[in-house]
Design a protein around this ligand. Structure first.
Ligand code: CUA
Length: 360
């Protein structure tokens, strides 16, 4: 048997094997006894039927033993359930959004986002699961960790796990949620503590990196190679707009090769705006979790669908966008501080003083 990756995995497997084992034992026991009795009491050697009255000892035995087995099953199951329901208080928090049809992850204390779930090994991780308003019910499922939880629009459900082994694990949507259900997959990547820190720092650096204007208008900029526009497109756009950009994913999704009817326009700067703000009154939502570079990588990818007809951005267009979104400025790194400290900092800033003294 493969080594379990978490305590919950062990608990669930234990309950599963116990219940499965007892069921198998009973199935075989009942079947063997039945076949044996059929042969033993066949009419050819038992012409008359003997009347049997009650047998107290036998009755007590078949009431007491199954009762004990059932209670035993309940407690084994309950133990696993209680473990699943009680996340350790030092858990790392990750907000998970499930929507038609992708998963996104927000690392609450880091101000980071990703389309795959990265976690350090041997650290409890608590997931806060939700879906946006107007979406449908999904179900977040990590088979190797034996955890699964419904994800509901405008409500928050939770789940937790602690990975004991580094590696890459599947994430599925386990609730049929429409056309793109089977594509609603992601990965859980468990890293060593050092690798995880390196990943966080790399992401922060990338996120806060100012855009190089006008280098960013060049689709051949090495940064776009690194970001992988195709991969981003598949993660964030393809489920609605189709792998080929033909709008085949949703009934009213835009086909990118049609040049008319673009609400915000077809220039790179226009597409950047669309990605940043979404389009009101349509299913096109904003993607605040994407870094500025990622948004431009996606804008290039989308524009590639209408290559010959791609409009050129003027210097004015770019200038306007840069001022509007402060694209040339380094973003301040988001510090990760505990909530109590943040509250204290806020109180200090507003000039309020705590009457019952500072305990820090
Ligand atoms: Cu989301 Cu199935």
């Amino acid at each position: 048997m493969v080594l379990a990756v978490s305590e919950i995995t062990r608990e669930v497997d234990h309950a599963f094997l116990l219940i499965g084992g007892v069921s198998l034992f009973l199935l075989l026991g009942v079947t063997v006894a039945m076949v044996w009795f059929v042969a033993k009491y066949h009419r050819s050697h038992h012409k008359t039927t003997k009347q049997i009255k009650g047998h107290t000892l036998l009755e007590i035995v078949w009431i007491v033993i199954p009762t004990i087995i059932v209670i035993w099953m309940f407690f084994v199951g309950y133990e696993g359930f209680a473990l699943m329901r009680n996340a350790p208080s030092d858990s790392m928090l990750v907000r998970v959004t499930g929507q038609k049809w992708s998963w996104s992850f927000e690392y609450v204390d880091r101000g980071l986002t990703s389309d795959k779930l990265f976690v350090p090994v041997n650290k409890p991780v608590k997931l806060l699961l939700t879906a946006p308003k107007g979406d449908v019910i999904h179900s977040f499922y990590i088979p190797d960790f034996r955890v699964k939880e419904d994800v509901l629009p405008e409500r928050e459900t939770t789940m937790w796990f602690e990975a004991e082994r580094e590696g890459t694990y599947h994430i599925f949507c386990a609730e049929y949620c429409g056309k793109g259900h089977s594509e609603m997959r992601s990965e859980l990547i468990v890293l060593s503590e050092d690798d995880y820190r390196e990943w966080v720092n790399g992401r922060l650096a990338q996120r806060n990196k100012p855009l190089e204007i006008p280098g960013v208008l060049d689709p051949k900029h090495p940064m776009f190679d690194k970001l992988g526009g195709d991969r981003l497109y598949r993660s964030y756009c393809a489920s609605c707009h189709g792998e080929k950009g033909d709008g085949s994913g949703l009934p009213d999704a835009r086909a990118f090769f049609l040049t008319e009817g673009w609400k915000k326009g077809r220039k790179l700067t226009d597409i950047y705006r669309t990605l940043t703000e979404g389009v009101k009154g349509t299913q096109m939502r904003a993607f605040p979790q994407l870094s500025r570079w990622e948004r431009f990588a996606l804008a290039h990818r989308v524009q590639a669908f209408f290559k010959a007809a791609a409009p050129k951005d003027t210097d004015d267009d770019v200038k306007k966008l840069v001022t509007e979104y402060k694209l040339d400025q380094q973003l301040a790194p988001q510090k990760s501080i505990p909530v109590e400290d943040a509250m204290k900092a806020l109180l200090k800033e507003s000039g309020a003083t705590s009457k019952d003294g500072d305990d820090g």
